[in-house]
Design a protein around this ligand. Structure first.
Ligand SMILES: Cc1ncc(COP(=O)(O)O)c(C=O)c1O
Length: 336
């Protein structure tokens, strides 16, 4: 199977073996009313404990290296999967890495501040800059970029989540990969479902769909960071920018961006009862771990939608497992 569908135009710095697997949730599907869930295992990858950011980083890293960068610089929350995987990618490519971590979530336990992603970043040896409470991560990032440049270094600065149009190409390619797998497996997916944080993953999949000239499957994300309106707007903007980069000249209509914040709960990073239920359900039926911040909430959103009959009987749903499992260890004190 061809592996990188965009490589002629957009080379990558290879970090992962693709395609990642797609398989049905056979035990769980027996309990559901007439729909079949399949999972795309982007949580299972070769390095850094895996996750969606590695697909984006393949494109970002190539761009960084081609521009002569010696340091990767990015930002996220204290338990950011993106910063952990940026540090992983930097280690792989022999670049320095610095991360700016904001206190986005009002959880102050020792596990939250020292376990999970933070622990892995310490092991990776990345330089961490913790933003004071209520401080601006963007301002610290900008200041650090200026400092490094003044020292004669060549930082390559990436936005939160690696969700620039170049980063989102990783998921445009993933869309094409999914379609090739769907053909090979002789399964038509009615929906592709996923979590939405900084919107690059949804935007990339949608841009890939437009680039391919397809009208389905419907791509639907569950917002975990911002509300539905804000997330939908960001997704549309990023999908258009990524599609334009691919040479798609039309505008994607807003009605083709499907985002729901039904599973977000109180706020980003704050667990919900439905999330813990989904996490335990998938672990106890399939032996697969969701994460508490992204995939757990999205999976809970999908289960609620199934319950409410949103998907026609017989639908094959593809849930993208975006990773984030290390975050589980940060939530030890909050498990219900
Ligand atoms: C595990 C996991 N899933 C999903 C997402 C959301 O991806 P995006 O930021 O591209 O919307 C992220 C990133 O923030 C993540 O770390």
């Amino acid at each position: 199977m061809k592996q990188n569908y965009l490589a002629d135009k957009f080379p990558v710095y290879p970090l992962i073996a693709i395609p990642t697997a797609i398989h049905p949730l056979t035990n769980l599907n027996r309990r559901l009313n007439g729909v079949n869930i399949y999972v795309k295992r982007d949580d299972v990858m070769d390095i850094g404990l895996g996750g969606n950011k590695l697909r984006k980083l393949e494109y970002l890293l190539h761009d960084a290296i081609s521009k002569g960068a010696d340091t990767l610089l990015t930002t996220g929350g204290i338990q950011s999967n993106h910063t952990r995987l940026t540090a992983t990618a930097a280690a792989r490519a022999g670049l320095a890495c610095e991360v700016v971590l904001s206190q986005l979530v009002p959880v102050k336990t020792a596990n939250y501040n020292q376990n999970g992603n933070i622990l892995l970043e310490k092991i990776l040896g990345v330089k961490m800059h913790i933003v004071p409470e209520n401080g601006s991560g963007a301002a610290v990032l900008e200041a650090r970029q200026a400092e490094l440049t003044a020292q004669g270094k060549h930082p390559y600065t990436m936005p939160m989540g690696g969700s620039s149009p170049i980063g989102a190409l990783g998921y445009a390619n993933c869309y094409l990969e999914i379609m090739a797998q769907s053909q090979e497996m002789d399964i038509t997916f009615s929906h592709i479902l996923l979590p939405n944080g900084s919107s690059g993953t949804h935007a990339g999949l949608l841009a890939g769909q437009k680039y391919a000239g397809h009208t389905g499957p419907q791509i639907r994300s569950y917002a975990v960071l911002a509300d539905e309106v804000t997330t939908k707007k960001a997704t549309l903007e990023k999908a258009n920018a990524t599609a334009n980069l691919l040479g798609y000249t039309k505008s994607i209509p807003a009605e083709e961006v499907f985002v729901s914040d039904s599973a977000r709960g109180e706020a980003y990073g704050i667990p919900t009862e439905a999330m813990w239920h989904a996490l335990k359900l998938l672990a106890s039926t399939e032996g697969i771990f969701l994460d508490p911040v992204y995939s757990g909430k999205a999976f809970a959103g999908m289960l609620a939608d199934i319950e409410q009959g949103r998907f026609p009987e017989g639908s094959n749903l593809l849930f993208v497992m975006t990773g984030g499992t290390p975050g589980l260890f940060a939530y030890q004190d909050l498990v219900e």
